[in-house]
Design a protein around this ligand. Structure first.
Ligand code: AMP
Ligand code: MG
Length: 405
């Protein structure tokens, strides 16, 4: 699927709206950082040469001339034999080359006794010592997160060029599906997938376009698919299996969506289909809520990350130990829902009790998707497997997890 997904164009956005976006261009530093020599501490700016011999037993006395505070008037140049009262973040006076911290001084009137020797540059944040104007700051493909946002703001960079966010249509199919909050007549269920997938898409950084669910009738699915194809990517849910009312493949054919493959050797999620319409990716996810979530996370999310401009769109699995043994029918790679906790230096996973593909309670609290190899029928307690950390991240084991499975 991955080759079918490429980044769209780029756009310029305000920095304040850029969290989670991927840069489409390298960014060079606009300013020296820090922008001026300033003090890292509260104390006295001095000429290091004046206080080279200072110690508690024989302090050096300097005349206090002026003050420099963050945001205050710029201090005058410092004459030899003098000190300037200075505070954290305040500009260094010309001529001063070190700061003696307040704790190493004794003030009396217009004089200060320096109790410790200093050296050039001590407690001074030199202009450009973090970044020099013009130097590479961030590379294209980098995702803006909190640190990057702070860095760019400190550089007074108010707009950034980022990869456009693809619009991803979500089309659920099924006569039984109703909207959240609807009165549920016998035989109907809430279209829970569309709410979950909408948020999974939003969290990735794409624009979700949830469409009204289509009934299990060919003409309606066709019409809905044509509408869905206005988006950059189409994800259908349900109706992609082998039942009499699974019309999605037929509807793809009617609309001219070309099938690429159908069925994957993973569990849950076997009936997944992939197709393209004039190059545009169309993914048929199984309707089963667990299958839909797992296949989205494992197979679709990396494709969308690539489309968002992420040069490394695949998750990095971590090595974990199984808390308990597990028996299974071999044949397909199994992606099991699990709770991961730290035990000493290791991550230990407990599979949630229900691994059936319809059981939504089995997803509560899940923070790891454990990858069980296709050929293994029996996994022993303590055995090492790989897992993809997911969702809420690691938490301390405690009463919350203890209440689960
Ligand atoms: P299907 O893939 O259409 O055969 O559906 C498989 C199972 O998932 C059936 O029990 C459906 O009722 C259920 N299902 C299908 N679509 C959804 C959905 N959007 N939200 C919740 N459950 C669904
Ligand atoms: Mg169905």
């Amino acid at each position: 699927m991955l080759p079918a997904f490429s980044p769209l164009g780029e756009e310029e956005v305000q920095l304040t709206h850029s969290l989670g976006r991927y840069l489409s261009q390298d960014i060079a530093a606009a300013l020296d950082s820090p922008p001026f020599d300033n003090s890292a501490m509260d104390g006295y700016a001095v000429r290091a040469g004046d206080v080279g011999t200072a110690e508690r037993g024989s302090p050096v006395h300097l005349a206090v001339r002026g003050e420099s505070r963050a945001g205050g008037p710029l201090p005058e140049a410092l004459e030899p034999g003098a000190a300037c009262r200075i505070f954290t973040g305040a500009p260094m006076p010309a001529g001063a080359d070190a700061v003696v911290i307040q704790e190493d001084t004794e003030r009396s009137g217009d004089e200060v006794a320096i109790l410790e020797a200093s050296r050039v540059g001590k407690h001074v944040r030199a202009r450009g010592s973090d970044v020099c104007a013009g130097a590479a700051l961030l590379r294209a493909g980098h995702r803006i997160w909190h640190g990057e946002l702070g860095l760019l703001a400190s550089q007074n960079i108010s707009h950034v060029s980022v990869v456009q966010r693809p619009r991803v249509a979500l089309l659920s199919t099924g006569d039984e599906l109703r909207e959240l909050g609807a009165t549920l007549a016998a035989g109907t269920i809430v279209n829970s997938n569309v709410y979950v997938l909408t948020e999974m898409l939003r969290e990735l950084g794409v624009v979700p376009v949830p469409l009204p669910a289509a009934p299990d009738r060919l003409p309606e699915i066709e019409t809905a698919l044509r509408k869905a194809l206005e988006a950059d990517v189409v994800i259908t849910m349900g109706g992609v299996s082998v039942g009499e009312y699974d019309f999605v493949h037929e509807a793809f054919a009617k609309v001219g969506i070309e099938p690429k493959f159908w069925k994957v050797r993973i569990k849950p999620g076997k009936p997944l289909a992939f197709a393209q319409y004039e190059g545009k990716p169309v993914i048929g996810l199984p309707g089963n809520p667990i299958s839909a979530m797992v296949t989205f996370e494992v197979l679709v999310a990396p494709c969308l990350r690539k489309m968002l401009g992420d040069p490394q769109p695949h998750p990095e699995p971590v090595s974990v130990r199984l808390k308990h043994g597990y028996r299974r029918r071999p044949g397909r790679v199994e992606i099991a829902r699990a709770l991961a906790t730290r035990e000493g230096d290791e991550l230990v996973v407990t599979l949630t009790s229900q691994q059936g593909s319809g059981s939504l309670p089995s997803f509560v609290g899940v923070n790891a998707l454990v990858v069980l190899p296709a050929d293994k029928a029996e996994l022993r307690p303590g055995e090492r497997v790989e897992a993809i950390l997911w969702g809420p991240g690691l938490r301390r084991a405690g009463s919350f997890f203890d209440t689960l499975g």
